[in-house]
Design a protein around this ligand. Structure first.
Ligand code: OFO
Length: 176
């Protein structure tokens, strides 16, 4: 059974993951209006992943005797300065999410709730991957700079990446 404190903290995380999904969705929609279909495909797909992160938490909270509350929708930014600005925002955002996960892990240890601690390890690994990917992409965009041709190929690469991730998941990776 979850303690009231942990239940509250996990519900806060549900809010963060829900907002993440909205945030990626807003960036995806903006990218699509800029003709960046690869970037858009990658971000639309990621918005779905964030929704799954939220759902996984809701189900866990309910399973452990709490109540996973669906959060209100908060409007994310609608326009962005550039693709590089988008991925810099993503990196900053994911670093913040990692911090919120770490705080949760810390709380489980304080409360000796090893079941929740174990459950959260999935999020710990996920955050390592998400931060690393965002960093890689920001580095690539720094190399590309203002080169329009470079951006064209970058967009194509992200389209391929989105397709690969989707194929990997339909091959049965759980919880993504
Ligand atoms: Fe849910 O991992 Fe990103 O925010």
């Amino acid at each position: 059974m979850l303690s009231p404190n942990l239940s509250k903290a996990l519900n806060k995380q549900i809010e963060h993951e829900g907002f993440s999904s909205q945030f990626y969705l807003a960036m995806a929609s903006w990218a699509e209006t800029q003709g960046l279909n690869g970037v858009a495909a990658f971000l639309f797909h990621h918005a779905d992943e964030e929704r799954m992160h939220m759902l996984k938490l809701i189900k866990f909270v309910n399973e452990r005797g709490g109540h996973g509350v669906v959060p209100a929708l908060k409007q994310p930014p609608t326009t962005f300065k550039s693709v590089k600005a988008v991925f810099e925002e993503i990196l900053k955002h994911e670093i913040n999410v990692t911090n919120t996960i770490n705080q949760l892990v810390d709380q489980t240890l304080k409360e000796k709730d090893y079941t929740t601690h174990n459950f959260l390890q999935w999020y710990v690994s996920e955050q390592i991957e998400e931060e690393a990917l965002a960093r890689q992409i920001v580095d690539k965009l720094k190399l590309i700079g203002d080169d329009k041709g470079g951006l064209y190929f970058f967009d194509r690469d992200l389209e391929t990446l989105a397709g690969q991730v989707e194929a990997k998941e339909s091959g049965g990776k759980e919880g993504k």
